[in-house]
Each structure stands twice: as structure tokens, then as C-alpha cells.
Design a protein around this ligand. Structure first.
Ligand SMILES: [Zn+2]
Ligand SMILES: [Zn+2]
Length: 137
């Protein structure tokens, strides 16, 4: 089964996509870069992402992806990156657990506000509605 022919997003070359999303040349380069990052982190276990980016030239996104994949835990190094909201070190996703909960609560609040507004619009349309309904949450 042949993959789709498309342009490599890294070098622009036409290639048959076999699931790596980049051509074989670039895929090999990525693997090499990943190995370089792993080696660097192994030699510098306390290194922060910006330091790794500078030392290896690997894009930040690649390093975060490797953290999420547990690539550094495999070599016994606990790596983390800052939560995009509060800066707390995290190892998965974009924001930390507590920011995720905050976000979830905010969304729920918004959702229930919308529901309440809809219900209010409905009941006001029927003239005298029941105002004692208390089934929020
Ligand atoms: Zn390529
Ligand atoms: Zn956070």
C-alpha cells in the first residue's frame, strides 16, 4: 500500500507519506536530533528546555513532545516544562492540573450561565414562569 504523495513540510521535497508526515531524509534527521537531545539531557540532567534548544538546535516543540512521550524518564531524567498559565512545572499537556481544573470550572460556569439564560428566555416567553426552580449543579 503506497502512501500519499505530498510535499515534505521540512524540506519541501515530494515524498510518499508513510505516516511520519515528513520525508525519509528529514525523518532520519529528526531521529538524529532526538538522539542528540537525549544525549545532551543525559549529560546535563538539570538542563531547561531553552538550554537544550540552544545546545542542540532542536525545536522546543520536539523537546516537549519527547517529554510527553517519556523519552527522558527512560534515561532516568525527570524533565518538565512550565504550565502556560501559571508556570508550574508539568510533564504533560499545555497547562497544569490545577489550571486545568480552573479552566474546567470556568467552562462549566459559562455553560450553566448560557443554560440559565436560555431557560430564562424560554420561561419569559411563556409569561408567568416558575422562578423557584433550583436545579443548578
Ligand atoms: Zn524532507
Ligand atoms: Zn498552571
Amino acid at each position: 500500500m503506497a502512501g500519499k504523495i505530498k510535499n515534505c513540510p521540512m524540506c519541501g521535497k515530494l515524498f510518499a507519506d508513510t505516516g511520519h508526515r515528513v520525508c525519509m531524509d528529514c525523518y532520519e534527521k529528526i531521529l538524529e536530533k532526538e538522539a542528540e537531545v537525549v544525549n545532551y539531557v543525559r549529560d546535563n540532567p538539570g538542563a531547561k528546555i531553552p538550554e537544550i534548544v540552544e545546545a542542540t538546535g532542536a525545536p522546543e516543540g520536539m523537546i516537549k513532545k519527547m517529554i510527553r512521550e517519556g523519552r527522558f524518564e527512560q534515561i532516568g531524567v525527570k524533565m518538565s516544562y512550565p504550565c502556560e498559565k501559571c508556570g508550574k512545572p508539568i510533564i504533560t499537556g499545555k497547562i497544569c492540573q490545577s489550571c486545568q481544573e480552573d479552566l474546567h470550572k470556568e467552562l462549566q460556569k459559562k455553560a450553566s450561565a448560557i443554560t440559565a439564560a436560555k431557560q430564562a428566555a424560554k420561561s419569559s416567553g411563556q409569561g408567568h414562569g416558575m422562578y423557584s426552580k433550583n436545579n443548578l449543579g
